[in-house]
Write a protein that binds this ligand. Structure first.
Ligand code: PLP
Length: 395
């Protein structure tokens, strides 16, 4: 190893460990379901994004196996080079139906999709107005485009309007885009999409909504854009297929003209192999379930409401979530870490989220109930919360 690298790694790993920021990843011994096993112990899992339990759904597993038998385990090549599997085209048609748009393009992940889509339309002569709390992949996607990035205060529509006006009046930019998460995953709040659309119309902004935590969850499962009835107004609807949909992949849904452009100009589409056929088939089946019925989504909300009511009754501060995401705000960073550790010891897996992911003094344990949890599992978790909350003087 080069001495410079050796020195760099030693110094920085050491620093993280001293600061208590070095993350040891737990090993799940088996599937990522509502109950998980770690070091031989079973825990109620309140940390996954598997909102609808689809990652372990029996029907989807069967569909994936059949597709593997027919198509094999890999896509074989980049779609533009060796032809696309018909499955990928079916997936994109299904995504457009799901999102209520003319067309859609699929990518290998949600992260990768933001790398692809932003830089395919924005460049150094453009400006991006980005919510301060946007996901890391949006931030990286914006950087890659080389556009001027202007962050606006989280969900502050006056600030967005002011910055849009400044950008337009400066006369410096050819195009201006506004980007936001649909659902913010740390607090569970929704983007103010009707206001964003209004401001976008006023200043001719391109609108880009990454609804990774919304699809399958909000809008009867069809997402946050649908919830507000804005399918025709938002230029880019981004989603992931790895959270509520339970599999893997990402996509952009929008006008056919836009999707045509992304198919010839977005680099991860052109230079990276597509998602394997088993996963694509499972995703199509998952989307069919969500298009046909909101049963799983309804169950998710019921469980979310149940957990929230239980925590509130115990006296916890659960913030202002508008979705099943249930933060339990503890405050002090050390106490939050301690709280999560004690939950773990007592059989509940819920991650501590602290500064710098959230503002200082707002450390929280974040709970992600799913449609796959039973009331008994949630009751068990609430009992543990009661015990640990009293023990640590939080309630
Ligand atoms: C999770 C997430 C992603 C990344 O999705 P993957 O499919 O896991 O790569 C992108 N954007 C947002 C807003 C997310 O929450």
């Amino acid at each position: 190893m080069a001495k410079a690298l050796d020195f760099f790694l030693d110094e920085n790993l050491q620093m993280l460990k001293v600061q208590g920021l070095y993350n040891e990843i737990e090993w799940l011994e088996g599937a990522n379901g509502p109950i998980i096993q770690i070091s031989g112990r079973k825990l109620v899992n309140l940390s996954s994004n598997n909102y609808l339990g689809l990652a372990t759904n029996g029907t989807l597993k069967e569909v994936a196996k059949k597709a593997i038998d027919k198509y094999g385990v890999g896509a074989g090549a980049v779609r533009t080079i060796n032809g696309t599997l018909d499955l990928h085209v079916q997936l994109e048609e299904k995504l457009a139906e799901f999102k209520g748009t003319e067309a859609a393009i699929s990518y290998q992940s949600g992260f990768n999709c933001n790398m692809a889509a932003i830089s395919a339309v924005m460049d150094a002569r453009d400006c991006i107005l980005s919510d301060q709390l946007n996901h890391a992949s949006i931030i990286d996607g914006c950087r890659l485009s080389k556009a001027k990035i202007v962050a606006y205060t989280h969900s502050d529509m006056d600030d967005l309007r002011k910055k849009a006006k400044e950008a337009v009046e400066s006369g410096r930019y050819r195009k201006i885009m506004v980007i936001t998460d649909g659902v913010f995953s740390m607090d569970g709040d929704l983007a103010k999409l009707p206001d964003i659309v209004e401001i976008a119309k006023e200043y001719d902004l391109i609108t880009y909504v990454d609804d990774a935590h919304g699809s399958g969850v909000t809008g009867q499962g069809k997402g946050t854009v649908k919830q507000f009835g804005l399918e025709k107004e938002i230029d880019f609807q981004i989603g992931t297929l790895s959270k509520a949909i339970g599999v893997i992949g990402g996509y952009v849904a929008g006008k056919k003209k836009l999707i045509d452009w992304l198919k010839v100009r977005s680099r991860p589409f052109l230079f990276s192999t597509a998602v394997p056929p088993g996963d694509v088939a499972a995703t199509i089946a998952a989307l069919d379930m969500l298009i046909g019925s909101s049963e799983l989504t309804d169950l998710l909300w019921e469980n979310g409401d149940y957990l929230k009511a239980g925590l509130r009754k115990l006296g916890f501060n659960i913030g202002n979530s508008e979705t099943p995401i249930t933060p339990c705000i503890i405050g002090d960073e050390y106490l939050t870490q301690q709280f999560s550790k004690r939950l773990f010891e007592e059989g509940v897996y819920a991650k501590a989220i602290v500064y710098p992911t959230v503002p200082k003094g707002t450390g929280r344990v974040r709970n992600m109930p799913t449609a796959a949890h039973t009331k008994e599992m949630l009751d068990e978790a609430l009992e543990v919360y009661k015990k640990v909350g009293r023990e640590l003087g939080v309630i």
